[in-house]
Design a protein. Structure first.
Lengths: 121, 161
């Protein structure tokens, strides 16, 4: 990805990360399960979990096990993820910057921004 | 009780087969992780397998089954991309595979030669070949052990650094 302007703490901002953050920000107080995030952000598990691990490492996401439920029909407990207070603020700010940077790179834009080194464009 | 939870309680035989297959894939992927992380991840991903399998948005069973298996299989990619994990060093597939491959290849090749020798009915030649195979086997074994010992020494050095 040649658009390498935004960095979310130590995590590189990409289109997939943008989608995941948008899902979280739809309701920042809601806890999301892995499969739920995959479905909503339309990404595969092999992309989602490393991303969540990095966000958790940066302190932007917290996770916890769901409480044991008798009605779950023998299903093991799942792990939910939620943005932290810091995560919500950072995600909002970075998403805005990312959208702005992307807009600047669209054809016909008057903004003059240089692509990242090694980019194909 | 949600629709998904009801569906979990009413899982059919085919669903259970898919679950078992997917759980095996998750377990195999998690083998590459160091211990505290392994148990945690395996528990998390096994719990999530019920999500795609009982997803009411996926109408056809085959699509739900495919989504479940895909979820589990893709965790191989997760393992390599997780921050801070040294998955390749834990299992060292590139080192472990030739270690097995060499003696097995030598044994199979020796068996073929021995069979050919039997076909041309030369007992003395057959005995010689059998002895030769045994020697090749032993050399391969020594070679693999020596290499493993050397690579283990190298691996520890890198870890310490």
């Amino acid at each position: 990805m040649w658009l390498d302007l935004c960095r979310l703490a130590g995590v590189k901002m990409t289109d997939t990360l943008e989608r995941v953050l948008r899902v979280f920000l739809e309701d920042p107080t809601a806890a999301r399960y892995g499969y739920e995030l995959m479905k909503a952000a339309k990404i595969q598990s092999g992309t989602l979990y490393p991303m969540l691990a990095r966000l958790a490492e940066e302190g932007l996401v917290v996770s916890a096990w769901e409480p044991h439920q008798e009605e779950a029909g023998g299903r093991p407990p799942r792990k939910w993820y939620k943005l932290t207070g810091d995560g919500v603020a950072t995600a909002r700010q970075e998403l805005a910057e990312y959208a702005e940077a992307r807009h600047a790179f669209t054809p016909g834009s008057t903004a003059r921004l240089r692509p990242a080194p090694g980019s194909t464009r | 009780v949600t629709a998904a939870e009801r569906a979990v309680a009413e899982l059919g035989r085919a669903d259970r087969v898919i679950l078992r297959l997917a759980a095996t894939l998750v377990r195999l992927a998690c083998r590459r992780l160091p211990e505290p992380e392994r148990t945690k991840r395996q528990k998390e991903w096994t719990g999530e397998l019920y999500g795609p399998l009982t997803d009411p948005d996926l109408r056809w069973w085959i699509r739900r089954a495919w989504a479940t298996v895909l979820y589990a299989a893709d965790q191989q990619r997760t393992i390599h991309a997780l921050p801070g994990t040294r998955s390749r060093r834990v299992l060292r597939p590139s080192r472990a595979t030739p270690g097995l491959l060499l003696p097995v290849t030598a044994f199979v090749a020796g068996g073929v030669i021995f069979w050919v020798a039997g076909v041309i009915n030369a007992r003395a030649l057959g005995g010689g070949v059998f002895g030769g195979v045994a020697v090749v086997f032993a050399i391969c074994d020594v070679f693999v052990r020596l290499r493993d010992r050397r690579s283990n020494r190298g691996g520890r050095g890198k870890d310490a650094a």
